[in-house]
Design a protein around this ligand. Structure first.
Ligand SMILES: Cc1cc2nc3c(=O)[nH]c(=O)nc-3n(C[C@H](O)[C@H](O)[C@H](O)COP(=O)(O)O)c2cc1C
Length: 371
């Protein structure tokens, strides 16, 4: 069984140990472009031991961004800034993968009267339901992912990650809760998985056989009527068969139903609730990994308990361990874990001040005062 400090080689990508910086919107981009503060943010975490950095969600179209200060990649003009970011991360010692997102029915809008699109008219935010996408719009999304992946490769990223989690567009197509279509983009597992698979096939064609493609999707959803474990296993296999090299398994840690003008809307979160045990997603991730034949990344409070990250590797529940909020609280968590200095880690208090901050501006943290 691998040690946390063991490398993992994957096509052209050398991951120097099993710790991955999970993608996290920082709110540090300016006009959707990379800022100096952002380069410093990622470099600090790369320097402090992380084996691989997955850079935060980057919007593939101007009407598909998910936060006000999101990175963009819908034009070649974004490439020089992204290239400077990659250079900074490489200089700090880690490879970098860029996550690509279309926000779908959770895309940012100035006000509720501006339309959102999704697979079906099922709201996942307060406001009018999204408009079901046309065939032409679906083809445009595939083309936008392809163009974005090409730009990421040109900028020097060591791979791209297709975001098919967290109830953004591709995840909305995967979920039976949000995908009620009766055409070939819905109606059954094959139909619901089609868009994510078509995106992967088209991106693979564009970037070539040796360029690593990651895909983030849910191992589990704590959502009534959402993606089941059987759905997740089906989708993971279909994505691996289509050419995904690494499956970044996330989850919906909590969900509830709100009400807007008498209509229910689904509200979801990628983080586990405060009371949930560290590693709650891991057994589901382990099931997904069985027989899949490609490396799988686990996430979910995995530095909150001494020895947990190594245990997940020992038990075969994951090949790589992703950390998110803990790296906001203590950028040096990676080094401390690798050196067995768990006691020195400045702990994330799970207050979610980070999430609240990025909806308005730059990221903040209750325990990391340097921010
Ligand atoms: C501030 C913040 C921003 C996030 N942004 C992203 C993102 O851009 N893409 C993504 O896939 N997940 C995003 N996530 C989810 C994390 O990658 C991770 O899955 C989640 O926080 C659970 O891991 P943790 O318990 O280690 O924090 C974000 C989480 C936080 C707290």
């Amino acid at each position: 069984m691998p040690r946390l400090s063991d490398p993992l080689d994957l096509k052209s990508l050398h991951v120097r140990n099993r710790l991955v910086m999970a993608p996290m919107v920082t709110g540090l981009a300016r006009g959707h472009r990379v800022s100096e503060a952002q380069i410093a943010w990622y470099s600090a975490r790369a320097r402090a031991g992380m084996g691989l950095v997955i850079v935060e969600s980057c919007g593939i179209a101007p009407d598909a961004v998910i936060m006000p200060n999101l990175l963009g990649i819908w034009d070649d003009a974004f490439i020089p800034g992204l290239a400077r970011l990659v250079k900074g991360i490489h200089k700090a010692g880690a490879p970098a993968v860029l996550q690509l997102v279309h926000g779908g029915a959770r895309s940012l809008r100035e006000n509720l009267s501006v339309e959102r699109v999704g697979p079906s008219a099922v709201p996942v935010l307060p406001g009018p339901p999204p408009r079901p996408m046309t065939e032409g719009e679906i083809q445009d999304v595939i083309a936008a992912f392809v163009a974005a992946a090409r730009r990421a490769k040109t900028a020097g990223f060591d791979g791209v990650e297709i975001h098919a989690a967290h109830y953004y567009l591709l995840s909305e197509f995967l979920s039976p809760y949000t995908n009620r279509r009766t055409d070939r983009w819905g109606s059954g597992r094959t139909g619901r998985t089609r868009l994510a698979v078509e995106v992967v096939l088209a991106v693979r064609e564009a970037v070539g056989p040796d360029y690593p493609i990651f895909c983030r999707m849910h191992a589990v959803e704590f959502v009534e009527g959402g993606l089941s474990e059987v759905d997740a296993r089906y989708a993971a296999q279909a994505l691996a068969d289509a050419g995904v090299d690494v499956l970044n398994a996330s989850g919906v840690g909590q969900s509830s139903f709100g009400e807007w003008e008498g209509q229910p809307y689904l509200s979801t979160s990628s983080v586990l609730p405060k009371g949930a045990a560290p590693g709650t997603f891991a057994p589901f991730t382990g099931h997904l990994r069985e027989d899949l034949g490609i490396p799988v990344i686990a996430v979910g409070k995995l530095a909150a308990e001494a020895g947990l990250a190594q245990r997940l590797l020992d038990e075969g529940q994951a090949d790589l361990i992703a950390l998110a909020r803990q790296l906001i609280a203590d950028p040096a968590t990676g080094t401390k874990l690798l050196e067995g200095r768990d006691g020195d880690i400045r702990r994330c208090e799970e207050c979610l001040a980070c999430f609240a901050a990025i909806r308005k501006g730059p990221i903040k943290c209750a325990v990391n005062r340097e921010l």
